[in-house]
Write a protein that binds this ligand. Structure first.
Ligand code: AMP
Length: 394
C-alpha cells in the first residue's frame, strides 16, 4: 500500500484529529457491543504513546443534522475512559463550537478529547468547506481510522484531510491489507457468497467478482430476481423487476467467464414475512403462490456447503435469509458454520453477515471480519475508497 500510515508522520507533541467509527449499537441507553471502540484502540494508544494529544470525532446514528440527546457520544466517552484508564478522556458538548474549541486548545499531551456527534451538524455530510476548516483548526495533523465510513465523502472523512498533514490509522491499514491483498491474490478455488435484499445494490459487486472468483453463490432476497428471470415461480418473494435483464446478463457473463453461478435449489417459504408458524421447505426452486421465500432450503444448504468446503478463499457479504427471525436464520447460520471449516482465508464483509458470525461466537474462527459493510463491499468491488484516496502517498 502506498498511503501514509501513522507510522510515517510526525506526531510528537502534536494535536492529532482522528476520525474513528464509534457508531456503536445503543439500546435503552446502553452500548450493546463496544467492538468498534475496541478496534480503534491500537491507533489511539499508539498516538498517545508517541506523545500526541488526540482529538476523536465520530458519528452515532442518524440525528439528521441537528443536536439530539438520544445520539450523544457522551455514553461512548464513558466507555472510552474505562478502556483508557491511564489517560484523561474529555467530552466536548459540541462539534466545532466554543466548547470544542476551548477544550481542544487546552488539551495536553496524553489527553483525549472526544467531540460531540459529527452529524449534529448538517455540514458534515455535505462536506461543507467551512465545516472542514473548523475541524482542521482544532488540530495539527489528521488521521482517518474510520473504515466503516471510508466510502463516504464527508467533511470528517474527506474534506478535512486536504487541509492538514495526514495518514491512515492501523484499523484502515489492516482492512486494506487483508481485503485488497486477498482479492488481488486469492488462493483458489475462490468462492464469493452474496446475500441480502436487493439485486440493485449488488450489481456492481457481482459484475466485478465474476472477473475473479471461481464460484459465486447467491442467496437471500436477491436470488428470486435471478430465478424469475430463469422462468421459475417466485410467489410473493422479493422481486426487482427493473433488473431482470441485468440478472440475465450477469448469468450470461458467468457462463462466458466459466464461473460457477450457484443459485438456491430449494427454499423455506411462508405465507407472510412475519409468519413464523406456517413455514415449510419447498420441493424445488419454485415458491408456491401466496407464499414468499425467506431462507434457503435444506438441499441448498448442502449444495452451498459442498462448494464452500472445496474453497481456499471465501468472501461473504449478506445474509441468505431473513436472519433477524431465528426460524429463517438457519441457512445463514449454516453458511457461517461451514466457513469455519474452510482450510484457507475467510473474509466476512461487515454488516449483517458479520453480526451473524459474531452472534454465533464464530468470530475468532474467521480470518477477518470487516468493521465496515458498505466500505468492504466497495473493496470487494475493486473500488477505491474516497477516505483512503484523499490521504497522502508515502
Ligand atoms: P442487505 O442490506 O442488502 O445486505 O440486506 C440485508 C437484509 O436482507 C436483511 O435484513 C435480511 O432480512 C434481508 N433478506 C435476506 N433474505 C431475504 C429474503 N429472502 N426476503 C426478504 N429479505 C431478505
Amino acid at each position: 500500500m502506498n498511503k501514509k500510515t501513522i507510522k510515517d508522520i510526525d506526531i510528537y507533541d502534536k494535536k492529532v484529529l482522528v476520525r474513528v467509527d464509534f457508531n456503536v449499537p445503543v439500546i435503552d441507553g446502553k452500548i450493546t457491543d463496544d467492538n468498534r471502540i475496541v478496534e480503534a484502540l491500537p491507533t489511539i494508544n499508539y498516538l498517545l504513546e508517541k506523545g500526541a494529544s488526540v482529538i476523536l470525532m465520530s458519528h452515532l446514528g442518524r440525528p439528521e443534522g441537528k443536536p439530539d440527546k438520544k445520539y450523544s457520544l457522551e455514553i461512548v466517552s464513558k466507555r472510552l475512559q474505562e478502556l483508557l484508564p491511564n489517560n484523561k478522556v474529555i467530552m466536548a458538548t459540541d462539534v466545532t463550537g466554543k466548547d470544542a474549541k476551548g477544550k481542544a486548545k487546552k488539551l495536553q499531551m496524553g489527553e483525549v478529547l472526544l467531540l460531540e456527534n459529527l452529524r449534529f451538524d448538517a455540514r458534515e455530510e455535505e462536506n461543507d468547506k467551512d465545516f472542514c476548516k473548523e475541524l482542521a483548526s482544532l488540530a495539527e495533523v489528521y488521521v482517518n481510522d474510520a473504515f466503516g465510513t471510508a466510502h463516504r465523502k464527508h467533511a470528517s472523512t474527506y474534506g478535512v484531510a486536504k487541509l492538514l498533514p495526514n495518514a491512515i490509522g492501523f484499523l484502515i491499514a489492516k482492512e486494506l491489507d487483508v481485503i485488497v491483498g486477498t482479492i488481488n491474490n486469492p488462493k483458489r478455488p475462490f468462492v464469493g457468497i452474496l446475500g441480502g435484499a436487493k439485486v440493485k445494490d449488488k450489481i456492481g459487486i457481482i459484475d466485478s467478482l465474476l472477473n475473479t472468483v471461481d464460484s459465486l453463490i447467491i442467496g437471500g432476497g436477491m436470488a428470486y430476481t435471478f430465478l424469475s428471470a430463469m422462468g421459475y415461480n417466485i410467489g410473493n418473494s422479493l422481486f426487482d423487476k427493473d433488473n431482470v435483464e441485468t440478472a440475465k446478463n450477469l448469468m450470461k457473463k458467468a457462463e462466458e467467464k466459466g464461473v460457477k453461478f450457484l443459485l438456491p435449489i430449494d427454499f423455506v417459504e411462508t405465507p407472510d414475512f412475519n409468519d413464523v408458524v406456517n413455514y415449510r421447505n419447498t420441493k424445488d426452486q419454485n415458491i408456491s403462490e401466496g407464499y414468499e421465500g425467506v431462507d434457503i432450503g435444506k438441499k441448498t444448504i448442502k449444495l452451498f456447503s459442498k462448494e464452500i468446503k472445496k474453497a481456499k478463499t471465501v468472501i461473504w457479504n449478506g445474509p441468505v435469509g431473513v436472519f433477524e427471525k431465528k426460524e429463517f436464520a438457519v441457512g445463514t447460520y449454516a453458511i457461517a458454520k461451514k466457513l469455519t471449516k474452510v482450510k484457507g482465508t475467510t473474509i466476512i464483509g461487515g454488516g449483517d453477515s458479520a453480526s451473524a458470525v459474531i452472534n454465533m461466537n464464530l468470530a475468532d474462527k474467521m480470518t477477518h471480519i470487516s468493521t465496515g459493510g458498505g466500505a468492504s463491499l466497495k473493496l470487494f468491488e475493486g473500488k477505491i475508497l474516497p477516505g483512503v484516496d484523499v490521504i497522502d502517498n508515502i
